[in-house]
Structures are given as C-alpha cells and as structure tokens.
Design a binder for this molecule. Structure first.
Ligand code: EPZ
Length: 419
C-alpha cells in the first residue's frame, strides 16, 4: 500500500479547498436508493470510503456512474436486493445505513454487522431500538442483523446516547413509515442536517434536523434529486490544526465556518489567529502554541474526530493540556506512536495528559485508524527530520489527496513504496 514520508519542520502556507464531508457522503449515497428515480450527488470527496460504497450499492443492483470527480449518478430502479453480505459490508463500517434503507424500501433487511474499529466498541443497539419502535422485528443471527416489518408505523424514539449513526439510520427507516416518527436526543452533526436536506429535496418530510428532536412524517414515495454534499468540517479542522502546529498561515476555503466553531475557539485559546469570512477561514499559528484543555462532546461540542490531531498539536505546546474523550472508550491508542517521536503523553482511560515538549523527532509510525493517521501527519509536519507513516489505507479512506493537498501548502511530503 505504500507509506507517506514527511520531512518536517516547514511551516504550511497557502490556500486549500475543503472537500465534501466523508460522514455526509456515506449517508447520502445509500439514501439515494430510496427514490423511484435517479439522483445526482455533487461535491463528493475523492476517498476510498466513497468508491467502496459506490461498489457496494452497484453490486446490490443500483446503476452507479462515478468518475471520482465528485459527481455520482445513482439510479435505484434495478436495485432489488435486501441482503448485504459480509464480504461486501466488511469493507465499510457505514454500510450499516443499508439497514434503514432496505427496511424502508423492502420491509426487510439482512446486513452483516460491520467490523470493529480501533477506537473502541461500536454497538448498534440504538439503531435496533429505533427499528423495533417502528414495528420491525430485529435480531442478530451469525453476525448478520436481520430486520423485518410487514408495516412500519411512526413512533417516538428516545436515544439513550446521542448517536449519529442511530439518528441517521432511524431517519432513513422512517421516511415511508405511516404517521409521525420523533427521534429525541438526536445527533445534531452537520451531516445529519445534510441528509435531512437531501431527503426533503426528494420529497420526504423531515423537520428539526440540527436540533435534538427530529420529526419525520412518512410519505408514499421519494423522487430522485440533485444534492451537493456539505463540506467536511473534520478535514477543514485538520488543516487548521496543521497550520497551528507548524506556525503557518493557511486559508481553508469551501467551508461553513460555523461547523468548525469549537475547533476555532480552541485554536484561538492556543494563541492562533483565526479570521472568519463567508466560506473561508484564515489560520495563523503562533511560534509555539499554548497548552489548551479539551473535552470531546457531540456536536456542537469539540468533535471526537478532532481529538487525535489535536493531541498531536498539543505535543509541542507550551504547558500541560488535559484531553478528555467522552464519546469512545479507547481512542488514545495512537499516543504510543507520538511518544516514539518524543512526545510526553500519559493516558489514563478516557483522559490524556499531554506535557508539551519543545521538539519532536521524525520516526517510522503506524496509523491505526483514520484520525490517528491525521495525528501522525500533523506530528510529522511539526517534527524535525523524516517521518514514515504506515497504515495509510486508513488515511486514504477519509482524507482526499492528502499528499497533493499538504504538498500544495509547502509540506515536504510524498507517497513512497513500503519497502
Ligand atoms: C459517526 O460514527 C462517525 N462515522 C464517526 O466518525 C464519529 O466519530 C462519530 O459519529 C461521532 O461523531 C460516520 O459518520 C460514518 P455514534 P457513529 O453512533 O455513528 C455509542 C471518523 O473518523 N453508541 O455517534 O458510529 C458509541 O459506542 C468516524 O470519521 C451506542 O452505544 O458514532 C459511541 O460511544 C470515527 N449504541 C457513541 O454512541 C449505538 O447503537 C457515539 O457513537 C450507537 C452508538
């Protein structure tokens, strides 16, 4: 698969365009299968999660035209399979959105449970709670989630935990349900709102997305529609943190500044200057960032997907920062790789204590998951000497054209053969 090689110590300068959101794309693509005609989805990021999902839905019978140019046409008229086997879904965790889509479309779904992840347990009990509330039987047999309903009837559902996946999956399952479904304690992430906007453009009746109560009134059918994926707030935040970590001056464009507010606030606390304007942000890093404490929370709190790159930024801060991870139970595994680069991090359960050091040193490191990969990139950019990042398949899943984009900002970064 190769490795990413960075010769660090150079500040990032220039402008970079932010891609469409990975987490929005993996919800909108399956949602297009609910329509009785073709949809056009624009602004998709050039990442493997998108190409993988396109392959999965086309193997299930949808006609998909996608040239990795951000534009995908999905025609679901030949899509007629309610089963998604393990060999398909194991390639992408977010395949579990097919449960809500297949249940809504066919009244039944059999989707293999996605694989685990390197950031802790990823249960789907709240997804099943929602499907059962709508009148479906749901069971787990030999690693396959089986849901079935003769009729789906709208119902109130209170999520025990704020879950992006459960919020989205229940929204998808409820679009044709008879009557009104209420999702309470719903997730409010930008990609939840993005999906609701797409569904409504297809003729659905989804109100309240972006608040903690979402109301879905079932409709008879959905027609195809055109949709542009919301910008990826996590990619934007990652570039912003990289700018601060290298004392650079970077402008990120094609974003919705509000979506990165919690990260902007923390970067300002660390001494960065952040100028907001319309659809771009300009970030100027200080000579050395100040240590800042962070606690991850559901949106609009500090995103858990920014926790790993933020810790990488804090490894060279002036002072001690306390980082609490409240969403996942094991999302500090990457810290050992940063320690090998000279960082001083102590992890105790869901809390990391980061004592800033003045210098990091390049080293061979391995990305264990997508956002850990972002942490390795930021640490490599800030470190002195050569860093080799292995496990880049994780990074390419969710960050488009990383070498090209960081290189365009002045980073000395390249993709090399693994040996
Ligand atoms: C989505 O995962 C994102 N993935 C994750 O991004 C992100 O970290 C997460 O939301 C939180 O923002 C996609 O959107 C494809 P959750 P999801 O359901 O939906 C618990 C990345 O790097 N929970 O909001 O799986 C769960 O264990 C990825 O882009 C239950 O207990 O996250 C976790 O502790 C990583 N029961 C918490 O809720 C359930 O049924 C939040 O999970 C579901 C979740």
């Amino acid at each position: 698969m190769g490795k990413i090689v960075i010769n660090g110590g150079r500040s990032l300068n220039g402008t970079v365009r932010i891609a469409g959101s990975k987490n929005a794309s993996v919800a909108v693509i399956p949602a297009a299968l609910l329509a009785d005609g073709a949809s056009v989805i624009e602004n998709l990021p050039d990442i493997t999660d998108v190409t993988t999902l396109a392959e999965i839905i086309s193997e299930l019978g949808a006609d998909v035209t996608y040239g990795c140019d951000g534009r995908m046409v999905i025609d679901p008229r030949r899509f007629d399979c309610y089963q998604a086997p393990y060999e398909l879904v194991k390639r992408l965790r977010a395949s579990y959105y097919l449960l809500g889509v297949l249940l809504a479309k066919f009244g039944r779904a059999e989707v293999a449970l996605p694989g685990g992840c390197n950031i802790g347990l990823r249960p789907v009990d709240q997804h099943l709670k929602g499907f059962r509330a709508l009148g479906a039987d749901a069971s787990l047999e030999h690693g396959i989630v089986k849901v079935r309903a003769s009729r789906l009837i709208g119902a109130p559902i209170y999520l025990d935990v704020v879950s992006v996946g459960a919020t989205i999956n229940i929204m998808l399952a409820a679009v044709f349900a008879q009557g009104v479904t209420l999702i309470e304690n719903a997730a409010k992430e930008p990609h939840v709102v993005g999906l609701a906007n797409f569904l409504n453009s297809m003729g659905a009746n989804v109100q309240g997305a972006g608040t903690d109560v979402i109301r879905i009134k079932g409709v008879k059918s959905l027609h195809g529609s055109d949709h542009s994926v919301v910008p990826d707030e996590i990619e934007a935040a990652t570039f912003m943190m990289a700018a601060v970590a290298t004392g650079g001056d970077v402008t990120v464009t094609n974003i919705i500044p509000k979506h990165v507010d919690p990260v902007t606030a923390k970067l300002r606390e660390s001494g960065a200057e952040v100028e907001e304007n319309g659809d771009y942000l300009r970030v100027k890093g200080p000579e050395r960032p100040r240590a800042v404490n962070v606690k991850t929370l559901p949106y609009p709190g500090f995103p858990t997907d920014c926790q790993q790159p933020f810790v990488a930024l804090m490894t060279r801060a002036d002072g001690i920062s306390v980082v609490q991870e409240t969403i996942y139970d094991n999302r500090f595994g990457y810290a050992n790789e940063l320690i090998r680069m000279g960082a001083n991090i102590k992890v105790d359960g869901r809390t990391a204590i980061v004592e800033g050091v003045s210098r990091l040193f390049g080293a061979p490191v391995r990305a264990s998951d997508l956002r850990a990969g972002a942490a390795m990139i930021i640490a490599g950019l800030a470190a002195e000497g050569r860093t080799e990042i292995y496990g880049i398949e994780h990074i390419l899943r969710g960050y488009e054209r990383v070498v090209e984009k960081y290189g365009s900002l002045g980073a000395d970064i390249a993709l090399e053969n693994e040996r």
